[in-house]
Write a protein that binds this ligand. Structure first.
Ligand code: FES
Length: 104
């Protein structure tokens, strides 16, 4: 879509964890911070009803908490079984300390 959604400040969004689930226009989105860059992908796993942002996040890989499938948060690519479908990735932009996301 054309709309950039203002999500909040990085300081508020990311505390101890470098990942965070938010809802944008009714869509659950997972935000993942990799070396200071924030990436956004669909938070609901492409394999089942699990929220990726609840999983283990390491480097640029998020592990689904349900069956441990791995996604690359930078592009949404499904990396390991049982995943067969990539997650949708969304555009992000940071102005000052404020994060904006544009849904794909
Ligand atoms: Fe995510 Fe099965 S629900 S790997």
């Amino acid at each position: 879509t054309d709309t950039w959604h203002c999500i909040g400040t990085l300081g508020d969004l990311f505390g101890e964890r470098a990942c965070k689930g938010v809802e944008i226009d009714g869509v659950k989105i997972g935000l993942f911070r990799v070396e200071g860059i924030v990436f956004a992908i669909d938070d609901i796993c492409t394999h089942g009803q699990a929220l990726l942002s609840d999983g283990e996040f390491d480097g640029h890989e998020i592990e689904c908490p349900l069956h441990a499938g791995l996604f690359d948060v930078r592009c949404g690519k499904a990396l390991t079984p049982p995943l067969t479908r990539d997650a949708r990735a969304h555009e992000t932009r940071v102005e000052g300390d404020t994060l904006f996301v544009r849904l794909a």
